[in-house]
Ligand binder design. Structure first.
Ligand code: AMP
Ligand code: MG
Length: 534
């Protein structure tokens, strides 16, 4: 692909493509589907888009890369980030990885529709890999087309940025661009394929290495490549751990356990359900990655999964995410075993997950409730009773915790009435007599417990509002933005992006974005149920 227009700011980005320079690559230069051995990546050029049009971009990610608004609004930006032109310094490649899908080893997966463009080092010496998702076929595309549609691309773009602003570790998104090409998808897998608008998201992360990137080498008994990738990852992304050695491998694995646990605690805090926690969708940096059929809890329900493919077993339901993260880490430990050969030490290192998750979860729940710390003897029951209450009343999780901060916990009857009214107002079902009784008991216990902390009301409120968001990417809001974008109107995508930049702030003119799910959205596809078709 020619590099033209040397005047573009994009040609002045500082690329240092260490991954392809230092790791073993696939010697085959041609782009056809195949099994790729002894390599971390294959060369794969993006398919040029017919008519690139930027739908939205993230100001913060652009800033991190040193790109001005003028550059982001230029035609050249649209061309580069739709895959029509490689800027100077870009090298295009797809990653080789495997993974366990829904608990079963699936063999080689790889970047079937993601094409990396290289690593930008910014003026602060921070390293960012740029990656186009939906830019065409790669050697890893298997039987699929390498493309992505507008709806899933808008969902990935908005959610990556929303999660970042919520303080959840995540891959980022620079832009979402229409390609001008139609893509055929059978959204419900029911024999009704439709033509949809094609789009490309430019994702940005320190690294896109996944658990499955290591697993593929062990599965193929390619320990040489396994060691190269492990050593590279430690030197590049975990340099503080020191030069690779067996003790450093163990410390590194422990660190991955910790980071993964912290990520899941954040998911539980904000009510995010990933939906496809396969090991190929687990970042080695503990970043939320691969936004597919994810969803946000509306009515609190630990059994909820947004993914229709997972409706039967509910493996990836909200309340199971920590268990699955641990299961995935066990698969990673198995993949690392041949390098370490110490089963007990790996077992020991896995405890870092449980310890970090348990401590993190307790601190997080205490913070959500406005308590200074978690006192297991008492607070365990307080939290269990509350989650039962929220589940029975079908209470909106986000609204409930946010509004709990406004309720005075120091007085008696008035605040109880206020609490019950709030609970009713944030619930999707009317409270029953039993529910009211349960709620009263809980609130009385909660007031007594809160009073022991002697927190000033303003201080309690501010602390709670810093962890309980006012705005999340409600499933129906994303769908409304998609409906409009499919009609060629991108205003709502941009407005949502803007609102979600400050999820903890009150935004009086944006109240409607914090509203309860409307009735029409309860059963609508895209709002309550999502397929993997994207
Ligand atoms: P996911 O469920 O999105 O994590 O995808 C699982 C695997 O399927 C990954 O290897 C993806 O790259 C691949 N894949 C998903 N959709 C497509 C597509 N439209 N074209 C090519 N590969 C795809
Ligand atoms: Mg994936």
């Amino acid at each position: 692909m020619p590099t033209e227009n040397d005047n573009s700011a994009l040609d002045n980005l500082n690329f240092d493509n260490r991954f392809v320079r230092e790791l073993p690559g696939d010697p085959e230069p041609d782009n056809f589907r195949r099994q790729v051995y002894f390599a971390c990546y294959s060369w794969a050029l993006p398919t040029p888009a017919k008519q690139p049009q930027v739908l939205a971009y993230s100001q913060e990610v652009a800033d991190d890369l040193g790109l001005s608004a003028e550059t982001c609004e230029s035609e050249d930006f649209a061309r580069v980030f739709a895959g029509s032109r490689l800027a100077k310094g870009m090298e295009a490649y797809a990653l080789c990885y495997g993974g366990h899908q829904f608990g079963h080893w699936a063999g080689q997966l790889g970047d079937g529709r993601a094409i990396n463009l290289g690593e930008v080092v910014n003026s602060r010496n921070q390293r960012y890999t740029l990656q186009l998702k939906g830019a065409g076929l790669t050697p890893y595309s298997r039987s699929a087309d390498g493309l992505a549609v507008l709806r899933s691309s808008v969902r990935e773009f908005l959610c990556s940025e929303a999660m970042h602003h919520l303080g959840v570790p995540t891959t980022r998104a620079l832009s979402v661009t229409l390609t001008g090409q139609q893509v055929v998808r059978d959204m419900f897998y029911d024999g009704n394929p439709q033509r949809e608008a094609g789009a490309v998201v430019c994702r940005v992360a320190q690294s896109f290495t996944r658990f499955g990137s290591f697993q593929i080498f062990t599965a193929r008994d390619d320990l040489d490549s396994l060691k190269k990738l492990v050593d590279y990852t430690i030197r590049t992304d975990f340099p503080e751990l020191g030069e690779p050695s067996i003790p450093v491998y163990l410390n590194w694995f422990k660190e991955v356990c910790r980071k993964t646990a912290e990520m899941v605690v954040h998911w539980q805090r904000v009510g995010f359900v990933h939906g496809v926690m396969n090991t190929d969708n687990m970042s080695i940096l503990g970043l939320t990655i691969d936004y597919g059929p994810y969803g946000w809890l509306e009515n609190y329900d630990p059994d909820w999964t947004p993914n229709t493919t997972d409706a039967q077993g509910r493996r990836y339901r909200f309340g199971n995410q920590a268990k699955i993260a641990y299961w995935n880490l066990v698969q990673l430990a198995n993949a690392l075993y041949p390098l370490i050969m110490r089963a007990e030490s790996l077992q020991q290192a896995l405890l870092a997950f449980t310890e970090t998750f348990d401590a993190g979860w307790q601190a997080m729940m205490a913070a959500k409730l406005g308590l200074i710390g978690f006192e297991p003897s008492e607070d365990e029951a307080l939290v269990n009773e509350l989650t039962q209450l929220l589940q029975t009343a079908e209470t909106d999780m986000t609204l409930f915790y946010r509004q709990l901060a406004d309720i005075d916990v120091s007085t008696g009857a008035d605040s109880l009435a206020q609490f019950l009214a709030m609970l009713q107002q944030t619930s999707y079902e009317p409270l029953t007599d039993d529910g009211i009784e349960q709620a009263t008991r809980w609130f009385e216990a909660y007031c007594l417990r809160s009073q022991r902390d002697s927190r000033l009301p303003l201080e309690r409120r501010a602390a709670m509002n810093a962890v309980n968001p006012r705005y999340v990417l409600r499933n129906y809001l994303a769908q409304l933005a998609i409906d409009q974008a499919e009609q060629g109107d991108f205003a709502l995508v941009r407005e949502l992006l803007e609102v979600l930049r400050n999820p903890y702030a009150e935004q009086p003119d944006k109240e409607s974005f914090a509203a309860k799910r409307p009735d029409w959205a309860k059963q609508r596809a895209g709002c309550s149920m999502l397929s993997c078709s994207s």
